[in-house]
Design a protein around this ligand. Structure first.
Ligand code: FES
Ligand SMILES: [Fe+2]
Length: 356
């Protein structure tokens, strides 16, 4: 289904608004979205297994003798010992406590006739490791439309834990009316379309850079004031924004992981296309990606003071909020409990909020 923002000026927009507001009145975002979660860097596995955490669950990550990157449940089924303190033996992880060995390919226990461990599907992008949030199913791996994953280079990951509910971090890109105030970007009339698919939702904006920030003024002088922003959310946890200024595209991979109902871990990876560049340019890619990291960090950190502890208040929403409401309605349907009814497995819910 595709809508243009301009469509919201039609008469039936009022009906849509009432429908979405009612949908959000009883929305429950207290769940772990499915999707591919950022889990760490391949370099970190050089010295042996490491601990990571996905959806409040401890996971052990390791590299097998044949070079596969494996993620299994982090605790041994025998007596709950931490497997990340164990060692890799060929293609298995050996528990540090009584030596049970678990095969990295299928989690099978190869000794003592113990229970197996659960394995999570993994993917590697550059040196970044991603784990499917659900051990039993691997959702579509997020992608930019422009080219395959191998056509891009990926910079260092930067992350932060922010005091914003995870679904509102994702919704930020659909919150049209904050662009002029926070980002100095006027939204032009021909913005849209809004595309809603099963695994992803996209919105495209035509923007005018009106910001007084030094970097934005410089950008305006060099490349004009028109900015195209294509904002995409995959599987309820990955954001892939693409910005085009004067035919030059820049990309970011953003991983959003709920910590609890109010806090969110946001990991950002700068991405650049490298498949069509001249050979000599490759020497500059490291510098270019590092500069992008600085810019991205600056851009997102600047917004944080203004969005801390924001809340979704369905009864307070207005017509301007329609794209964001469309997004949240779509996200609500990504709730694994709902998906389960269609035949998939269920993820564990979000941890109850910690005592204050
Ligand atoms: S706790 Fe792992 S083998 Fe006993
Ligand atoms: Fe924003």
């Amino acid at each position: 289904m595709t809508d243009h923002l301009a469509d919201y000026n039609r008469k039936d927009a009022k009906e849509r608004f009432v429908f979405l507001r009612n949908s959000l009145l009883n929305a429950d975002f207290n769940f772990q979205p499915s999707g591919w979660r950022y889990a760490g860097d391949v370099q970190d596995l050089k010295r042996g297994p490491v601990r990571t955490q996905i959806c409040n669950e401890e996971i052990v990550l390791f590299k097998t003798a044949t070079g596969d990157i494996v993620a299994t449940q982090g605790r041994c089924p025998h007596m709950n010992a931490p497997l990340w303190q164990g060692k890799v033996v060929e293609n298995s992880i050996q528990c540090p406590m009584h030596g049970r060995r678990f095969n990295g390919r299928n989690g099978a226990c190869q000794s003592h006739g113990s229970d197996n461990v659960r394995c999570f599907p993994t993917r590697v992008l550059g040196t970044h490791i991603f784990i499917a949030a659900d051990a039993n199913s691997a959702p579509v791996f997020p992608y930019f439309d422009e080219a395959p994953h191998t056509a891009f280079a990926y910079g260092r990951a930067i992350y932060d834990v922010v005091n914003v509910p995870w679904y509102l971090v994702l919704a930020n890109g659909f919150d049209v009316s904050h662009f002029p105030y926070i980002h100095g970007r006027e939204v032009l009339g021909d913005s849209g379309p809004l595309f809603k698919g099963h695994n992803r939702i996209d919105i495209q904006y035509a923007l005018r850079n009106t910001s007084q920030l030094v970097t934005d003024r410089l950008l305006r002088r060099l490349a004009g004031d028109k900015v195209q922003l294509n904002y995409r959310v995959f599987n309820g946890n990955t954001v892939l924004p693409m910005t085009i200024v004067k035919d030059k595209a820049s990309y970011i991979w953003i991983d959003v992981q709920p910590v609890d109902q109010r806090r969110t871990r946001v990991t950002m990876i700068p991405v650049m296309r490298v498949d069509r560049q001249p050979m000599w340019h490759r020497y500059l890619n490291g510098v270019s990606l590092a500069l992008r990291s600085v810019f991205i960090k600056h851009f997102f950190t600047a917004e944080l003071p203004y969005i801390e502890n924001i809340e979704l208040r369905p009864t307070m929403l207005s017509h301007n909020d329609l794209p964001m409401m469309e997004f949240l309605h779509w996200l609500k349907q990504q709730n694994p409990a709902v998906v389960e009814a269609k035949g998939n497995t269920k993820l564990i819910p979000l941890q109850a909020e910690m005592a204050q």
